[in-house]
Design a protein around this ligand. Structure first.
Ligand SMILES: C[S@@+](CC[C@H](N)C(=O)[O-])C[C@H]1O[C@@H](n2cnc3c(N)ncnc32)[C@H](O)[C@@H]1O
Length: 250
């Protein structure tokens, strides 16, 4: 692990919690709805088509933070199964979402997220009606060491979101060995690899590569590129980029 000086506090994310890990390194939980380092609509359409012959698709989400990313995934799959019943995407759920921070897990399990104007705009852009997914929450969500949460507009996730994701404690460096794949898995590990030195990144990539069979997907984020050209490393472990930050096991 390394100390990450690039971990800026953002003013529009659903969380900007900062904390120290057990080993004393700085860690940020920064996350937000429809984080724009992925084309979420394109990815959802790709996944629906790519896994059309599979009865079940497993989404494993490491570093899930406050739930914004899992909610983004659920919404984008629902919004992109046009012409089909929403049951068509039921096979992608529940998402297995892991994080190692007990405070952010508490926030995720509460079903509430804080939101700012940016999150509202992204919701409007990506949903026909955001009220299909959220209600306005009267109770604020206070996340320790999150300096912006007092000024947010909290949203309460509806069952369509909360019933389709399980949040639990899990260290990606351990949980990766539990993945059981039948060419029907999507591993999301976004905006966390950038916090580690290359030796740890490679160890993780080797394990993901071993766990995933051809056609399964591995998804990263822009923050993973802060020190290294992570795409080159991912491709060394038998993955091919199919769209920005999305790789297919070959
Ligand atoms: C910057 S956030 C990324 C959130 C989200 N994936 C996104 O892209 O918006 C990083 C998250 O990783 C979590 N984390 C740190 N080390 C971890 C580990 N070894 N396994 C799983 N999660 C971890 C942190 O607690 C934090 O919530």
């Amino acid at each position: 692990m390394r100390v990450n000086s690039l971990n800026r506090t953002i003013s529009f994310g659903t969380t900007s919690r900062l904390y120290k890990t057990k080993s004393g390194d700085d860690m940020g939980c920064n996350s937000w709805l429809f984080r724009n380092d992925i084309d979420w609509n394109k990815l959802a359409k790709y996944e629906i088509e790519h896994f059309k012959d599979k009865d079940k698709v497993n989404i494993v989400m490491f570093a899930a933070s406050d739930g914004s990313e899992a909610y983004t995934k659920i919404i984008s799959l629902h919004e992109n199964c046009t012409g089909r019943s929403r049951d068509a995407v039921a096979k992608f759920f529940p998402i297995k979402a892991y994080d190692t921070d007990s405070e952010i897990l508490k926030a995720a399990k509460s079903g509430r997220i804080n939101s700012f104007m940016h999150d509202r705009i992204e919701l409007d852009l990506h949903c026909k009606n955001y009220e299909d997914y959220f209600t306005e929450s009267k109770n604020g969500l206070i996340i320790p060491n999150d300096k912006d949460c007092h000024t947010s507009q909290p949203l309460f996730a509806k069952k369509i979101l909360t019933e389709n994701v399980d949040f639990s404690y899990g260290d990606m460096f351990e949980k990766v060995y539990e993945i059981k794949d039948d060419s029907n898995t999507i591993v999301m590990c976004r905006n966390i690899l950038g916090y580690f030195w290359i030796q740890e990144i490679e160890k993780f990539l080797q394990a993901v590569s071993k766990a995933l069979k051809p056609e399964s997907l591995f998804v990263i984020g822009n923050h993973d590129f802060v020190l290294y050209n992570i795409k080159e490393y991912v491709e060394r472990y038998c993955f091919r980029e199919v769209m920005k930050n999305v790789f297919k096991k070959i």
